[in-house]
Design a protein around this ligand. Structure first.
Ligand code: R1P
Ligand code: URA
Length: 325
């Protein structure tokens, strides 16, 4: 693989370095998930799929691309509208690769909705859906542990960032469509905490390491009483959407205007299935995942196509794209 441009590497075909997609392969409306198997489950709701396709395969009439770095992109149409599904793996760095590289190859405004899994700190039970209207970041304070023991440290062991908001219309639409699919009593609104680890920064106890996180849940709720969920990506999605500039940056000459503009080219939202109930210590069953994933997916697709992206003629051209009829 030969790349040019060290600042934003792309290959000769115009494929981005990590997600591995190029112009015309990605729609303006995207659902992003962690697990590639979830992406394949969701792809079964797209138009014209052959339901005899083997369970682990992408239907051959949909576009799909698996990158060398573990991203899986599937593009097709949902109720006639072009949509993409992108599985990114886990963690904030993967979300950063995803948002930036996808933004770079699509013209016009975009909407990105994450359908993830999470731990619940509230009364939301396994299999319920949480829709966070904002997210903050919880990071291990590495300096605190500098001498291998916490005994001499003065600062706090974990750091909580400021909150960044989702797009309010995206959130309202997700709540409405999730409630229609699952019932109001299975859909929760609140604030998400994105952690830089599944373990220490989510308050999991691990005697093999000094983590000093026994009080973390109490600290999180003190910091933000509406804290509902813990997971590992949503903060970066909300943060990058809020710091996105005007779309699209087709020409260098637009960079200056874009950098000073207040407009954001990305509308973002997220919803998470509760996999871990941290108060009761329950973990979701395989059967519940198989039941919830496809219906939650339909609610996200319905939301993706319901939220307006403005003048559709400003969206990425159909001509030459993988969703051209
Ligand atoms: C950890 O098990 C992973 O699950 C959650 C976390 O954010 C993290 O990525 O989300 P996904 O199920 O979308 O990967
Ligand atoms: N994903 C997370 O990041 N945490 C959980 O507890 C469950 C899923």
């Amino acid at each position: 693989m030969s790349m040019s441009n060290a600042n934003f590497p792309m290959d000769a075909e115009g494929r981005t370095y990590h997600v591995g997609i190029k112009r015309g392969e990605l729609a303006n409306r995207i659902i992003t998930v962690g697990d590639p198997a979830r992406a394949i489950v969701l792809s079964r709701s797209l138009d014209g799929v052959d339901h005899n396709t083997p369970a682990k395969a992408v239907c051959s009439n949909l576009f799909s691309h698996a990158s060398h770095r573990g991203f899986l992109t599937i593009t097709g149409r949902y109720k006639g509208t072009p949509v993409s599904i992108v599985a990114i793996g886990m963690g904030v760095s993967m979300m950063d690769f995803f948002v930036r590289e996808c933004r770079a190859v699509v013209d016009g405004p975009m909407i990105m909705i994450r359908l993830g899994s999470c731990g619940s700190l509230s009364d939301a039970k396994v299999g319920d859906i949480c829709v966070p209207s904002s997210s903050y970041m919880v990071q291990r304070n590495y300096d605190y542990f500098a001498d291998g023991t916490a005994s001499t440290a003065s600062a706090a062991p974990y750091h909580m960032s400021k909150k960044f908001d989702a797009d309010p219309e995206v959130i309202a639409t997700l709540v409405k469509n999730m409630s229609a699919q699952l019932g109001d009593n299975h859909v929760w609104k609140g604030v998400n905490a994105t952690a830089d680890s599944f373990y220490s920064s989510q308050g999991r106890q691990d005697l093999n390491f000094v983590d000093d996180n026994q009080e973390l849940f109490t600290e999180l709720v003190k910091y933000e009483p509406e804290t509902l969920t813990l997971e590992m990506e949503t903060f970066v999605l909300y943060h990058l959407a809020r710091t996105s500039t005007v779309a699209p940056l087709k020409e260098e000459s637009r960079l200056t205007a874009a950098a000073t503009s207040n407009k954001h080219s990305i509308r973002a939202g997220a919803c998470m299935m509760v996999f871990a109930q941290r108060k009761s210590n329950d973990f979701i069953s395989k059967e519940d995942v198989a039941r919830v994933e496809p219906i939650a997916g339909k609610a996200v697709f319905d939301s993706l196509v319901e939220v307006s992206l403005g003048d559709e003629s400003e969206l990425h051209a159909t001509e030459g794209s993988v969703w051209a009829l």
